[in-house]
Design a protein around this ligand. Structure first.
Ligand code: OGA
Ligand code: MN
Length: 296
């Protein structure tokens, strides 16, 4: 059956219906899903009930090599979803089922999601698609915002396009965590995930469109004085996240939202996170098959 995509924004983002995500996909369905991703970059799939963890993982397997296990160490993190190493827990619930304590390092780590970022730019084997499933949503707020970096690139002044061509940024998870209030990372944490280098202007490989590739993980630009590079990264991020480039998703329980990390930034927005549980589980696809060892 053909899937139906209804645009949610002038530039990107669509709501897709007509797919049963609980069953194995046909080749034709996979081609439609990936085709919509190249056109819209963020697609919302409503579901009456959240997917089971197994269904979620089976779905994501269709759209690329998958993330499996942690790619870095967060001291003391007890993984609620440890039985499903393909799932990343971005909610605020601890392994006992309670709302995470204020001083929980896992909470402080996930607070970094409130900065504009793209998943795994701090890794040489980048994330392609992230698929986030809402299991429990707060009664208000807790939306996720997405910014279209292909549209932002197109809208840059020509002089800026020339200035940034070929520039390479260094991305470190620890840089964005410290910016967002995570305590000073331990030597073990730092050693578990060194920075990665990526061009800030790129061709989005599957659509052929030019895009920015930015994230709060980007600490500086190679070969440029740190403060000058940081100022340029801030200028570009401010430009790319203007309201005309942003789609804000208000979650309903069951939604699966898939986004392309190679051409979007996203961020979590605040809610009463000491009062309400927000249970969000993510699968992540990667550019290349994952070879690194499992970490805790
Ligand atoms: C993520 C993320 C934002 C949110 O899952 O990668 O950044 O709103 N999530 O939970
Ligand atoms: Mn993210």
């Amino acid at each position: 059956m053909p899937l139906i995509a209804e645009p949610l924004h002038d530039l990107f983002a669509a709501r897709v219906t007509g797919l049963d995500m609980t069953r194995p996909l046909t080749e034709d369905e996979v081609a439609q899903i990936v085709g919509f991703m190249d056109r819209y970059a963020v697609c919302v799939y409503p579901n009456d009930v959240p997917l089971s963890n197994e269904q979620h993982i089976a779905f994501a397997r269709h759209i690329g090599p998958m993330q499996h296990g942690h790619v870095l160490t967060v001291t003391g993190r007890k993984d609620r979803l440890a039985a499903w190493p393909e799932l990343v827990d971005v909610g605020n619930i601890d392994s006992e089922g309670n709302i995470q304590a204020p001083d929980s390092r896992a909470r402080q780590f996930n607070n970094g999601n409130r900065l504009w970022h793209t998943d795994m730019s701090f890794h040489p084997n980048r994330a392609t698609y992230s698929a986030l499933n809402a299991h429990r949503v707060p009664p208000a707020q807790g939306d996720t915002e997405f910014a279209d970096e292909r549209a932002a690139y197109d809208a840059l002044p020509e002089a800026m396009k020339r200035r940034i061509e070929g520039l390479v940024a260094s991305h470190s998870i620890w840089y964005s965590r410290v910016l967002s209030g995570f305590p000073e990372p331990t030597p073990e944490e730092i050693a578990s995930r060194p920075p990665a280098l990526h061009k800030i202007a790129q061709v989005h490989p599957t659509s052929g469109r030019k895009t920015l590739y930015l994230a709060s993980h980007a600490s500086h630009i190679e070969g440029m004085p740190v403060e000058e590079g940081r100022a340029l990264l801030k200028e570009l991020t401010d430009f790319a996240t203007q309201h005309q480039f942003v789609y804000r998703h208000r979650w309903s329980k069951g939604d699966v939202v898939i986004w392309d990390n190679r051409c979007l930034m996203h961020r979590a927005t605040p809610f009463e996170d000491f009062k309400y549980p927000r249970d969000m589980r993510r699968t992540t696809c990667r550019e290349h098959a994952v070879v690194e060892p499992f970490m805790h």
